[in-house]
Ligand binder design. Structure first.
Ligand code: UD1
Length: 420
């Protein structure tokens, strides 16, 4: 297994480009299943999760052609199979996103039941009850979700028990081809859902309330292929900003958006960062200062994103003062705390809150990545530690950060990958 080796102590400085969003690329690729003609999806990040989704589409018989700029032509007209097998679903929970579109278009879908994962049990009950409300018959057999709607789905009024990103995406993709009108209430409002909805509209879907918690969808007979460019990755953006803030450095990020990062930018300003927002750029400068500790609480968009929690925990670990970080979305997502403490951090866990007393510097150590965002926090910790930090199991990082070591090297960080 590959490892990352980081020599701490460098202040980040420089400019990099932000990649396309993993979390909107995945549902947009699933949405290609709904089209009657080929789709061209551009600005996809080169990441393991995207490769897994493309492999899943291929295994369903969908034509996938990748050009040199990570624009992918997806031709759903050659589909031969409506099954998402265990071998692929077990490596990526987001495979569940093919359920809604496959069922809506072909009247049947068999998707392996996604298991739990490092950050909690992550059920899909809301995805399933929403599809049932649209008339689907669903059985769970042999570890598979077997969904049937031989006469097509029909519009429904459905209130989601909990705000769920994947659930909203699956039901939205199902509703665009259902007969009649669907209303989804208590829908998630994440920017990735807006990106998916914009793509569906470009394919001919009729959706109103985009960006709100009430989506109204008027089902259409068919959707056509189109060319769509995936939005920038807000979590990658936030991660590099936090890395710069934690090291007292400065960074300029290109091809990104500030308007979808308000909660994160607000916390960075509280930490003492000077920000400059351009049309598609964000610059951050700490002027060599140590960050000030911040308190935060994760919640659905537009509040502070759970996917940025662990990076701020790492920044707080070397900040001036004490910060409290509360995780409300996933039950087991403060796992990085033990590894940070092994590096000399002073963090106490009280239920779902981490109380972090900042220390001036951490100490390099061998550490182990346990999930995607937790591993990003260990890389940040390595940058503010004396000596060498070896981050093991970095396949987690490769699921979500395109060319992380190249980008960090470009920012002056002494980091290298050692194949294992
Ligand atoms: C997506 C993101 C992930 C992010 C998360 C929250 C993708 C590929 N992943 O994950 O990076 O951390 O949103 O912003 O976009 N829940 C249920 N029943 C369900 C569905 C969800 O109880 O049927 C619960 C989950 O266990 C969790 C909460 O709802 O506690 C939010 O999960 P959800 O928004 O669905 O996360 P994902 O879509 O899996």
């Amino acid at each position: 297994m590959d490892k990352l080796i980081i020599q701490g102590g460098t202040r980040i400085s420089g400019e990099i480009r932000i990649s396309g969003s993993k979390n909107s690329g995945l549902p947009i690729l699933a949405a290609c299943l709904l089209a009657d003609s080929p789709m061209d999806i551009c600005n996809l990040p080169h990441l393991n999760d995207i490769t897994t989704m493309l492999a899943l589409l291929r295994c369903m018989g969908v034509g996938v052609t990748i050009n040199e700029k990570m624009c992918v032509e997806v031709d759903p007209t050659t589909l031969t199979d409506t099954e998402a097998p265990y071998e692929l679903v077990k490596t990526m929970r987001a495979s569940i996103l093919v359920l809604g579109p496959t069922l809506a278009k072909y009247g049947k879908a068999d998707v392996s039941f996604p298991g739990g994962c490092a950050i909690g049990s992550r059920p899909v009950d809301i995805h399933l009850s929403g599809l049932e409300a649209m008339g689907a018959e669903i059985a769970v057999e042999g570890g598979y979700i077997r969904a049937r709607a031989p006469n097509g789905l029909k519009g429904a009024h459905f209130v989601m028990d909990k705000v769920t990103v994947g659930g909203t995406e699956n039901l939205l993709m199902a509703a665009v081809l259902a007969k009649g009108k669907t209303v989804l209430e208590n829908a998630a409002r994440e920017p990735e859902i807006v990106d998916l909805a914009d793509c569906l509209v470009a394919m001919g879907a009729k959706i109103s309330g985009i960006g709100t918690d009430r989506l109204e969808i008027e089902g259409v007979e068919r959707l056509r292929g189109c060319t769509y460019t995936v939005m920038p990755d807000r979590i990658e953006t936030g991660t590099y900003l936090v890395a710069a803030a934690a090291t007292g450095g400065s960074v300029k990020l290109r091809d990104t958006r500030a308007d979808i990062l308000t909660a994160v930018l607000q916390k960075l300003e509280e930490a003492g960062a000077e920000l400059e927002i351009g049309e598609s750029t964000i610059s951050l400068d700490m002027h060599g200062k140590r960050p000030k500790a911040v308190n935060l609480r994760t919640a659905p968009y537009p509040a502070f994103p759970t996917d940025m929690q662990s990076q701020f925990t790492a920044m707080n670990a070397v900040a001036e003062g004490t910060g409290a970080v509360t995780e409300t979305i996933f039950e087991n997502r403060l796992v990085q705390v033990n590894e940070l403490n092994r590096m000399g951090a002073n963090i106490k866990l009280e239920g779902n809150t981490a109380l972090i007393q900042g220390v001036p510097r951490l100490k390099g150590a061998p550490v182990m990545a346990s999930d995607l965002r937790a591993s990003a926090s260990l890389v940040i910790a390595g940058m503010v530690a004396d000596g060498e930090t070896v981050v093991d199991r970095i396949y987690h990082i490769d699921r979500g950060y395109e060319c992380i070591e190249e980008k960090l090297q470009q920012l002056g960080v002494n980091i290298r990958r050692v194949p294992g």
